[in-house]
Design a protein around this ligand. Structure first.
Ligand code: IPM
Ligand code: MN
Length: 355
């Protein structure tokens, strides 16, 4: 029987639908070329639905999504909805309830892409951040005391469980081993100040490291790593870190690889349903103009194919994107590509079927 995958599409808000449709165009071409089938079902979760119905995620949505092989998400965030409602109610809820405990974010400078770092080339910028995706400061633990009074107290706690930390660290070691680049894994933390949370991370890291003698281990404080991303990005192969630090350092990562127009990520549950997304936001001001850069979403589609086991197809998508950045696109910025959104998608799709 031929290989076939059921994909849940959540185009979401703003430019999300435009970029997801280019992503679908490209992965469909890959499926034709590599002989597998993709079946889609679309879900209208996002700001418009919330404004119309008052419902963020319908009853049963999570159980329904569990029936799919993967989820392809565009963007969540609407200018007319208070910040936080959709992000927490959709994106974070899906990550948590589907137990997508890894946020995998490759940072790779593609050929032809303008890098803000002087003298750095694609050889220097090629690493992957493994961000813990279900715990830490994102867990939602804490609360207010005496809210709204002069004596108000707000507490936001970072939750780090041995189980959660260990499974993330193990994933990072395995990923580093499979990636076979430098075989080097760096723990990013703040052991000099956060002496409970990162004590647990550090102990777990060095314990698990004993099972991987072939992997060189290293440690960097989060503040220092932001400096080194700018000064010596070539030092890194795979980095593992907690949820909040991972959120912050991957935005710097996105910038040194050329911007949000190219940065993709995967929310991964190695035992369940994973979700792939461009990591930039919904870019409301560019909505509907056919000028947003779809490459990040296309790269997310490629990551999804690799995750589904269609490794060759995923690699081909990446190769096609590299060809486009190297030869056909002027800039990664919306409106400055020298191509429309759909033309950029057409170009990658065509390359996927013939290079
Ligand atoms: C990201 C985003 C999200 C996060 C927001 C939108 C909740 O910044 O995917 O990095 O903080 O994880
Ligand atoms: Mn972020």
């Amino acid at each position: 029987m031929s290989r076939s995958y059921k994909i849940a599409l959540i185009p979401g808000d703003g430019t999300g639908p435009e970029v997801v449709s280019e992503g679908v165009k490209v992965i469909n071409k890959a499926s034709e070329r590599f002989g597998f089938k993709l079946e889609y079902n679309e879900f209208d979760f996002g700001g418009d639905r919330y404004i119309k119905t008052g419902e963020i995620l319908p009853e049963g949505a999570i159980d329904e999504l569990k029936k799919y092989d993967s989820i392809f998400l565009g963007a969540i965030g609407h200018p007319d909805v208070k910040p936080g409602i959709l992000e927490k109610g959709i994106l974070l809820r899906l990550r948590f309830e589907l137990d997508q405990y890894i946020n995998l974010r490759p940072v790779k400078l593609y050929p032809g892409v303008e890098c803000p770092l002087k003298d750095k080339t694609p050889e220097d910028i090629d690493f992957v951040v493994v961000r813990e995706n279900t715990e830490g400061l994102y867990a939602g633990a804490g609360g207010f005391l005496k809210k709204g009074t002069p004596d108000e107290v707000a507490v936001q706690e970072s939750i780090n469980t041995r189980k959660g930390v260990e499974r993330c660290i193990r994933y990072a070691f395995e990923y580093c081993k499979k990636r076979k680049k430098e075989l080097k894994l760096t723990l990013c933390g703040k052991t000099n100040v956060l002496t409970y949370a990162f004590d647990l991370w550090e102990r777990t890291f060095y314990e698990v490291a004993k099972e991987y003698p072939e992997i060189k281990v290293d440690y960097a404080h989060v503040d220092a790593i932001t400096m080194w991303f700018v000064k010596n990005p070539e030092w890194f192969d795979v980095i593992v870190t907690d949820n909040m630090f991972g959120d912050i350092i991957t935005d710097i990562g996105a910038m040194i690889q050329g911007g949000m127009g190219i940065a993709a990520g995967g929310n991964i549950n190695p035992e369940g349903v994973s979700m792939f997304e461009p990591i930039g936001g919904s870019a409301p001001k560019y909505t509907g103009q056919n000028i947003i850069n779809p490459l990040a979403a296309i790269c997310a589609g490629g990551m999804m194919l690799e995750h589904l086991g269609e490794t060759e197809a995923g690699k081909k998508v990446e190769q096609a994107v590299m060809e486009v950045t190297g030869k056909h696109i002027k800039s990664l910025q919306a409106g400055k590509m020298g191509l429309s959104t759909s033309e950029a998608g057409d170009l990658v799709a065509d390359l996927v079927s013939r290079i």
